[in-house]
Ligand binder design. Structure first.
Ligand code: AMP
Length: 424
C-alpha cells in the first residue's frame, strides 16, 4: 500500500481547509478588536519549559509529550500547548518592560501523544489568547468575552455552555488548606478511586475532581470538601460573576472544574458544546497569576485560554452552521481548439481575477465537458469564447443559475459587464 499519514496526524483537505482558514480569519478579527496582537511561537521548545510550566504531574507532561533529542543532546519537545512558550517569549524579550498590559494571541498546531479518537488528535490546532499584566477581574472577563464572541461569530451562539470555577490562590488559608482537606478525604475513599487518581493522589489530589470516572462520584458525595476561597479570591470571583452577564454572557458554576494543568489560580473556565460527543470541550483557560514568577520572571498576573479549532468545526457541523465552500464566480471556456481563442480566454481570466474568483482553461476538451466542469464547481457565470463572436470582438456570457439566459458582450467590455452582474 502507498504511504499513509501517521496515526493521529491528519491531512486537512478542502473544503475543511477553507472552513479552517475562514474560522481563523474570524478569530483574528475578533481578537484584534479586543486589542490582542499576534505572537508566532516556535513549534519546538526545551522539554524543561513544559515540565516547569505545565507541571510535572499533568497528563500532558507525564504521558503525552512528543520529546526528541537534538545532535547536541538537548532534550526538546513539540509544544503540547501555547501558554508556556508565550510566557517564555514574554520574559525572553522583556515585554513586561514595555509598560502596561501585553495582550497576545497565537494560532498553530499543538502535539499530544493521546489515544486518537473522534475529536482527539495528536496534532491539533489551537487558537490561544494571553493577557499579561492585569490582575483585575475585568481581564478575566474580557478574555472570556473575546472567546465567546469568536464562537458566536462562527455560528455557535446559544450552542455552548460556559462552566466557571474559582480555584483560589496559594495563600496558606486558601487552596493549600482546601488541598489538605481534600487529600485527607480522598485518602479515606482511595480504594474506590481509579488507578490514575490513586497514583497522583499525593502529588495532585485536585485532579481527581475532573477525572472522567471518579469526578462525578466525588461531586455527588456530600462529604467532598468544597473550596472556601480567601477574602481576596472570593471578591475577585464575585466581580467576575457580575461582569460576565454585563458583557452578555451567561455561565454555570461548576465546583468540579479544575482543568488539567497546575498553574491556574482563581478563575478557571471551560466552554462546552451542546452538540458534539464526549470530547465536548471547545475551549478552556483561566488565570495564572503565579506562573510568570515561578519561571524566574517578575510578579506579573496573567489570564488566558486556548480553543480547539477542530472541535469548533465539529460543533459547527453538528449544529448545521457550516458555510458553503467558496465557488468560482466565473468559468471561462473556449468553444473550439484555437490558439487565438485560448490566448483571449487567458487574458480575460487574468483581468477578471482582479475582482472575482475565476476557473476555466480546460483547453483541449469539448465545450460540453468544460460546461460540465463549470456546473460541478458551482460557477455563477460562464464566459465562452467561440470563433464566430470572436471575429466580431465579442464573447458569450451565460448565467448558469438561469440556464437559458445568455448574451453577447464586447470582449473589451467583459470585465465591466461581469462586475455589474455580480453586483446586481
Ligand atoms: P487544553 O489545552 O487541554 O485546555 O485544551 C484546550 C482546547 O484544545 C480543548 O478545549 C480542545 O478544544 C482542544 N484540544 C485539546 N486536546 C486536543 C486534542 N488532542 N485533539 C483535538 N483538540 C484538542
Amino acid at each position: 500500500m502507498a504511504l499513509q499519514s501517521v496515526k493521529g496526524f491528519k491531512d486537512i483537505l478542502p473544503p475543511e481547509s477553507e472552513r479552517t482558514a475562514a474560522f481563523e480569519a474570524l478569530a483574528r478579527g475578533v481578537l484584534e478588536s479586543f486589542g490582542f496582537r499576534e505572537l508566532r511561537l516556535p513549534v519546538v521548545e526545551a522539554q524543561e519549559l513544559f515540565v516547569k510550566a505545565t507541571g510535572e504531574t499533568t497528563d500532558i507532561v507525564e504521558k503525552e509529550m512528543f520529546v526528541l533529542t537534538d545532535a547536541g543532546g538537548r532534550n526538546l519537545a513539540l509544544r503540547p500547548e501555547g501558554t508556556p512558550g508565550a510566557v517564555r517569549a514574554f520574559l525572553q524579550h522583556n515585554l513586561n518592560l514595555q509598560g502596561g498590559r501585553t495582550k497576545l494571541y497565537y494560532i498553530g498546531s499543538m502535539f499530544r501523544a493521546e489515544r486518537p479518537q473522534a475529536g482527539r488528535f495528536r496534532e491539533f490546532e489551537q487558537i490561544g489568547a494571553e493577557a499579561f499584566g492585569n490582575g483585575h477581574p475585568s481581564a478575566d472577563v474580557e478574555t472570556i468575552l473575546a472567546l465567546a464572541r469568536i464562537l458566536d461569530g462562527a455560528g455557535l451562539k446559544g450552542r455552548y455552555t460556559v462552566h466557571l470555577n474559582n480555584l483560589g490562590c496559594e495563600r496558606p488559608e486558601c487552596r493549600p488548606a482546601y488541598r489538605a482537606k481534600l487529600l485527607e478525604f480522598l485518602r479515606s475513599v482511595a480504594d474506590t478511586l481509579c488507578e490514575n487518581c490513586k497514583r497522583r493522589l499525593e502529588r495532585n489530589p485536585l485532579r481527581a475532581l475532573d477525572c472522567k470516572g471518579d469526578g462525578p462520584k466525588l461531586k455527588a458525595n456530600p462529604a467532598t470538601p468544597q473550596l472556601a476561597p480567601c477574602a481576596e479570591c472570593h471578591a475577585h470571583f464575585e466581580t467576575v460573576k457580575t461582569l460576565l452577564p454585563a458583557g452578555g454572557l451567561a455561565f454555570e458554576l461548576d465546583p468540579n472544574l479544575v482543568r488539567g494543568l497546575d498553574y491556574y489560580t482563581r478563575t478557571v473556565f471551560e466552554l462546552r458544546s451542546a452538540d458534539v460527543g464526549s470530547q465536548d470541550a471547545l475551549a478552556g483557560g483561566g488565570r495564572y497569576d503565579g506562573l510568570i514568577k515561578s519561571m524566574g520572571g517578575p510578579d506579573v498576573p496573567a489570564t488566558g485560554w486556548a480553543l480547539g479549532v477542530e472541535r469548533v468545526l465539529m460543533a459547527l457541523k453538528a449544529a448545521g452552521s457550516i458555510a458553503a465552500p467558496p465557488h468560482p464566480e466565473v468559468y471561462v471556456a473556449v468553444q473550439a481548439e484555437s490558439p487565438e481563442l485560448e490566448k483571449a480566454a487567458f487574458t480575460a481570466m487574468q483581468s477578471l481575477r482582479d475582482f472575482c474568483r475565476v476557473e476555466g482553461a480546460l483547453f483541449g476538451h469539448s465545450l460540453k465537458s468544460q460546461m460540465r466542469e463549470a456546473d460541478r464547481l458551482g460557477a455563477t457565470f460562464a464566459v465562452i469564447f467561440g470563433p464566430s463572436e470572436f471575429s466580431e470582438g465579442k464573447c458569450t456570457v451565460k448565467d448558469l443559475r438561469a440556464k437559458d439566459q445568455q448574451s453577447q458582450t464586447a470582449i473589451a467590455e467583459l470585465a465591466k459587464e461581469i462586475r455589474s452582474r455580480l453586483n446586481a
